[in-house]
Structure formats: structure tokens, C-alpha cells
Design a binder for this molecule. Structure first.
Ligand code: SF4
Length: 219
């Protein structure tokens, strides 16, 4: 694996290998250790440092079993049983090493999905999708079907809409403001704008002039 930090994909991989070894190997000759590890390349790579046992990062297998049993034996089979168009996916920075990245990136750009905004995690996308859901109940439906980015653009630019949604007690607007770099209402005289959404719609670099003195955390 090319990852240089001990990350979730390593956890899944070593737990899966451990399960495979348990099933394959004869119990009389194999006893599973309580921990498993990954040998990561030293910072700077093997060109500048010799391999060292210090670079082996270990984890207690018991800590992995409860979340990963749920994932491997419950969630994964359900995901694999889904039709291709039902699978929820999001193009994000972690896709870099995936062999499908070029086609997912193309699809994301062509379909105007939220993944055109750089550096959004899966959790961030859920926040923005929920914001779109809340906005749909208040916005007039467009005669043309809109992409996710166009819909987000309309929602952000509609005067007073974010304020209305946030007054219903939802914390989604606060989180979305932070993700989209939208300043608090009192810092601007006109309608809300998001340099992040503008950049995604116009495909041009936008300058965020508010970042130095704005608190994004409250309405
Ligand atoms: S590039 Fe596509 S298939 Fe690969 S991890 Fe990302 S979304 Fe999934």
C-alpha cells in the first residue's frame, strides 16, 4: 500500500488478512496474535532511510473486530448487492490512487456533482446534500433539471433563504457556511455568496475577501 500514514484502509486490510488466515490455517498450527501491524515506509522513503522495525505500526485486533465485523459482514454485502446506479459515491481527494479516478472525475464534472468542490469529505457531502434537501422544500422547482452544483448555487444566492433554513433550528446551515466559506449575514450588505460555489460553477479561481475577519460559526 502506498499510504505513508496508518489509516483506515490499513485497518481494513490487516483485519481482513487476519480473518482469512484464521479461516485458511489449521488451528492446530496457527494461533492468531492479538495485534497486527503494517510496515510503513519511513518519511522520505527508503531512498533516504534504511528500513527499521520502528516503522511497523501495530493495532490491537480486538479494537478492530467490532466496527469491522459490522462493515465486512453486514454493510459490505449490502453494498455489493446494489445495482451500479444505486451506489452512493463521492469523488474526493482519497480517490487519487484508485484506478477508476479518471472516469469518476469526468462523470463528476459532467454531471455537476458536489465532488467538483475540492477537498470535501464524505461527511461534508452529507451536510451539503441535507442542505439541498432543506432548500428544495422552500425553493420553486426549476423547469430545467439542475445539477447539484447549480442547485447549491441557487440556494446560496437566494436572498434570505439560508437564514430562513437556519431559523428552523438546523445546524446544517452553520456547517455549510463553514464548508462554503460564506460569511455571516451582517458582514455583507447584499445577498449571500460563496466563493467556493462560484469557483465550482464558473470553473475560475475566486478570491475570498472575508476570510481574515469572519466568524463562520453563527448566523
Ligand atoms: S475514484 Fe470513484 S470508484 Fe474510486 S474510490 Fe473514488 S469514487 Fe470510488
Amino acid at each position: 500500500m502506498s499510504l505513508t500514514l496508518f489509516q483506515t484502509p490499513h485497518h481494513v486490510q490487516i483485519y481482513f488478512y487476519t480473518l482469512c488466515l484464521k479461516y485458511i490455517l489449521d488451528n492446530a498450527f496457527f494461533e492468531c496474535s492479538e495485534s497486527a501491524g503494517v510496515w510503513l515506509p519511513p518519511s522520505g522513503g527508503f531512498d533516504v532511510a534504511v528500513p527499521s522495525l520502528i516503522d511497523i505500526k501495530s493495532i490491537d485486533i480486538n479494537l478492530l473486530s467490532s466496527p469491522l465485523d459490522l462493515f465486512i459482514f453486514r454493510r459490505l454485502p449490502l453494498l455489493l448487492a446494489q445495482c451500479r446506479d444505486q451506489v452512493q459515491w463521492h469523488f474526493n481527494p482519497l480517490c487519487k490512487t484508485c484506478k477508476f479516478a479518471p472516469s469518476c472525475e469526468k462523470n463528476t464534472v459532467e454531471a455537476g456533482r458536489l465532488g467538483v468542490i475540492p477537498n470535501l469529505s464524505g461527511g461534508d457531502v452529507q451536510v451539503l446534500k441535507y442542505l439541498l434537501h432543506l432548500g428544495r422544500r422552500r425553493l420553486k422547482q426549476s423547469s430545467e433539471p439542475l445539477t447539484e452544483i447549480e442547485e447549491l448555487h441557487t440556494l446560496v444566492e437566494t436572498h434570505g433563504l439560508l437564514k430562513k433554513i437556519s431559523s428552523s433550528g438546523s445546524s446544517t446551515v452553520r456547517k455549510a457556511r463553514r464548508l462554503l466559506a460564506i460569511p455571516r449575514q451582517k458582514h455583507i450588505a447584499s445577498v449571500s455568496t460563496s466563493p467556493v460555489v462560484e469557483a465550482a460553477v464558473s470553473k475560475a479561481i475566486q478570491v475570498c475577501v472575508y476570510l481574515m475577519d469572519v466568524n463562520f460559526c453563527s448566523e
